[in-house]
Design a protein around this ligand. Structure first.
Ligand SMILES: C[S@@+](CC[C@H](N)C(=O)[O-])C[C@H]1O[C@@H](n2cnc3c(N)ncnc32)[C@H](O)[C@@H]1O
Length: 227
């Protein structure tokens, strides 16, 4: 069965508490990772940028802050996430659109850059979504992906495992009032491609000069590649 309908329902349910939960469980670090995403997308001038799976629009807002004349499209399949993005950032400087990352309603070569924060872990087929991202990018355009990544089995692993398996679901219950959504975050992180494999899938989708950088004791990775 496709992950899509369950994931959409889950994000609709937590949209109102999503930002505060991010701040708390990442000790405020999530903002720096999003800044890094926009750095890696490079300057886009007055070109079109797509923030795919934009959620409440945090990466979209950073794109606009750094590239005042860029045309920023924020798209997501969760109506409630888009509602919060629209409420926070308005619709004058952004184009908000409901769509599924598996089947983008954009012409080939439309965007100078495409970002996607915490999307790939939630789709059935990362390769097929990356191919779709590749299709909508212009030649020379950049894709930048921010996501959680399974931690390496080193000395810190037991502590990280406890944080992921116990602390995050507990915070989810207390702050987002949805323990299962945050237990899902842990489960989907442990089941996701490790960073080297995800880099391989980027290359398989057609990207070149693929690289990544890890954050937060190796539990977060930003991958990027050029079309
Ligand atoms: C964890 S949130 C991330 C939001 C934002 N990118 C950020 O950095 O905070 C994941 C988002 O991906 C969206 N999403 C998941 N699967 C999707 C799909 N197949 N198509 C479009 N959006 C999707 C969810 O609705 C949710 O808003």
């Amino acid at each position: 069965m496709s992950k899509g309908p369950g994931v959409e329902k889950m994000f609709d349910a937590i949209a109102g508490r999503y930002d505060v939960m991010n701040r708390v469980m990442t000790f405020g670090q999530d903002r720096h990772w999003r800044e890094f995403v926009v750095d890696k997308a490079g300057p886009v001038g007055s070109g079109w940028v797509l923030d795919l799976a934009c959620g409440t629009g945090e990466i979209s807002a950073l794109f606009k802050r750094r590239n005042a004349s860029a045309r920023v499209v924020g798209s997501d399949f969760s109506g409630n996430m888009l509602h919060h993005a629209r409420q926070r950032l308005g619709s004058r400087d952004f184009y908000w659109q409901a769509c599924d990352a598996n089947d983008l309603p954009y012409r080939s070569g439309a965007f100078e850059a495409v970002s996607f924060g915490y999307l790939l872990r939630n789709v059935d087929d990362s390769l097929s979504v990356l191919k779709e991202v590749h299709r909508v990018l212009a030649e020379g355009g950049r894709a930048v992906c921010l996501d959680t990544t399974p931690p390496a089995k080193n000395l810190l692993y037991p502590c990280i495992r406890i944080y992921l398996a116990v602390v995050i679901p507990l915070l989810g219950r207390l702050i987002a009032r949805d323990q299962s959504a945050y237990a899902y975050l842990t489960g989907s992180t442990m089941d996701f491609h490790d960073a080297d494999n995800l880099a391989k899938i980027f290359r398989e989708a057609g990207f070149r000069t693929v690289a990544y950088k890890k954050f937060m004791l190796g539990t977060i990775a930003v991958h990027w590649g050029v079309k």
